[in-house]
Design a protein around this ligand. Structure first.
Ligand code: FAD
Length: 505
């Protein structure tokens, strides 16, 4: 694909209709598209370190392009103006995701991580002014920082994201309150970009003008799995906090260097109490469902749409210049109908994710961001865009024959890259289940009550003992601890109706 590939229906002014975007926002999307054409498309191979996956070339390219995105303001688009950001709408947040993903979905994800962490501290659950004031100078800093969110655990990523399991399978990173600190113990898998602090320090020291280093980890935790949504939350951990150890990065199908995914072990990792992002029982779950999973999936929908658009543009150009018996193949009905189908799915993905994004801006009409109905819509957007990206990259390759399969044509990279965006944050199957829950739920999956009784109720005594010990310490007096213990006991006597009420209101 060249930057000259220019089709009226794929231009920002046609892709982003005025019912969802203002003229000013469309002008921004045009600017992002030009940036992608000029800066990212020519460097797609370098972002993977070329054919030989050169680590240094990949990082240099990634940090240079990330720096340029930051200079354009793309990283700070949703940071409120009072903290030095641009305070732009969720529509712009997703335009950034779509337009950058047309170039490279890994780079778009790195930029999107900053939007993501801002959304945990500035949302309809709470506004952590203190933390925004603390982090804003780093988020707006030039050169820019990168950041990471840790959710998945060895027992499964997808289960954590299942609202029907009430965050009770979140059981490896346990946060314990000790005076003015939270202490984390446990194990996370897959977060990225993550790794030994020395690794990121090395790149920062090499290119200090374009890369400021790693900002740290926003970690999904629980105080006690038995207490489900009441005890789940999020804790910020600096990138070099004592007590964290890291595996080597996984070697993957796509996102080769643009996301470095590792396992992290936490052993008595101690952070100041203010770094617990949620401040009230139950708020952590709202942040996790609404902003970690919910808006994370919606951003994924925008990215998958941008990636699919890139594959369509390549196929359009190739089939324009490939002739069979004197006729460009795209003017033969077989090819034309497939190209039309690709466009149809892409535009439906886009119009749907834009519609859901617009609904996010109107919670007074469509409900709270963490409601099961909104979760169904984010999931429908991501899963449909995932199907679209899968169809489009696959068909592009088929229409181009072996040329579609070769490195030089780039389709193979989009084909490898899209898959994880369809898989992560619970994946395409979870998306479908959330849609069902939003449509006619909430309901419990078969076997839930039995599992709950076996896993938690039967272990009541040891749990109580641990709670008592911790509470006595934290509460300061036996009497206060006893009061809290009684409330916890009530939670442990699992009542499906009450739990539904607690979770969904
Ligand atoms: C490049 C990359 C980047 C990533 N980035 C991050 C990150 O930044 N932070 C992070 O925390 N994680 C990250 N992940 C991890 C990713 O989000 C998880 O791998 C994903 O959510 C799936 O979890 P899992 O691998 O544990 O699979 P599982 O949870 O074992 O799921 C496997 C399959 O089973 C299905 N399944 C699981 N449970 C159920 C159920 N209850 N009912 C029906 N079906 C079910 C799933 O839908 C899926 O199809 C990343 C992974 C990669 C490869």
């Amino acid at each position: 694909m060249s930057a000259e590939a220019d089709y009226l229906l794929l231009r920002p002014e046609h892709k982003y209709p005025r019912c969802f975007a203002t003229d000013e926002e469309i002008a921004m999307a045009k600017r992002m598209r030009e940036f992608t054409d000029k800066e990212i498309l020519p460097r797609r191979h370098d972002l993977e370190g070329g054919w030989h996956r050169d680590e240094e070339l990949a990082h240099k390219t990634l940090y240079e392009l990330y720096f340029k995105c930051h200079q354009l303001g793309l990283t700070i688009s949703n940071l409120p103006e009072e903290y030095g950001g641009l305070g732009l709408s969720p529509v712009v947040r997703n335009m950034v995701n779509e337009e950058l993903s047309r170039g490279d979905i890994g780079l778009a994800t790195l930029v999107g991580k900053i939007h993501w962490i801002v959304s945990f501290m500035y949302n309809y659950v709470n506004v952590r002014k203190d933390l925004l004031e603390e982090f804003a100078p780093k988020i707006t800093h030039t050169p820019p920082y990168i950041a990471c969110v840790c959710i998945s655990e060895p027992a499964g990523g997808a289960n954590i994201e299942d609202p029907a399991l009430e965050l009770r399978t979140l059981n490896t990173v346990i946060a314990r309150r000790e005076g003015d600190y939270w202490v984390l113990n446990g194990h996370k898998i897959w977060p990225g970009p993550a790794g030994d602090p020395k690794y990121f320090d090395k790149w920062r020291e090499k290119w200090p003008n374009i890369f400021a280093g790693h900002l740290g980890y926003w970690v999904v935790v629980t105080e006690d799995p038995a207490r489900g949504t009441e005890a789940a939350g999020m804790v910020y951990v600096p990138y070099d906090a004592e007590g964290m150890t890291f595996s080597e990065p996984f070697k993957k199908c796509g996102f080769v260097w643009t996301d470095e995914n590792v396992e992290i072990w936490y052993k008595d990792v101690k952070v100041p109490a203010k770094y617990r992002i949620d401040t009230k029982p139950g708020d952590g779950a709202k942040i996790i469902y609404g902003y970690v999973v919910g808006l994370g999936r919606l951003a994924g929908a925008a990215r998958l749409t941008g990636l699919a658009t890139a594959a369509l543009e390549i196929a359009l150009e190739f089939t324009k210049n490939r002739f069979i018996a004197g006729k460009a193949v795209r003017e033969r009905s077989y090819f034309a109908s497939i190209l039309a189908e690709m466009y149809r799915m892409i535009d439906l993905s886009r119009q749907y994710y834009l519609s859901v994004t617009w609904q996010v801006m109107h919670p007074e009409i469509y409900g709270e961001h963490w409601s099961i109905q909104m979760l169904a819509k984010y999931s429908a957007a991501r899963s449909f865009a995932g199907d679209t990206a899968m169809f489009v990259t696959n068909k592009a390759m088929e229409l181009m024959g072996s040329y579609g399969y070769v490195y030089e044509m780039h389709v193979e990279k989009y084909y490898r890259d899209f898959k994880i965006v369809q898989l992560w944050l619970g994946g395409a199957q979870r998306d479908r289940m959330e849609i069902a829950q939003g449509l006619y739920g909430p309901f419990k999956w078969a076997g839930y009550e039995e599992w709950f009784m076996k896993e938690f109720a039967a272990k009541k005594d040891p749990i109580e003992r641990t709670i008592n010990k911790t509470m006595a310490k934290a509460a300061g007096s036996e009497k206060e601890a006893e009061k809290i213990r009684k409330e916890l006991e009530k939670d442990l006597e699992y009542d499906v109706d009450q739990a539904k009420k607690d979770i969904w209101g």
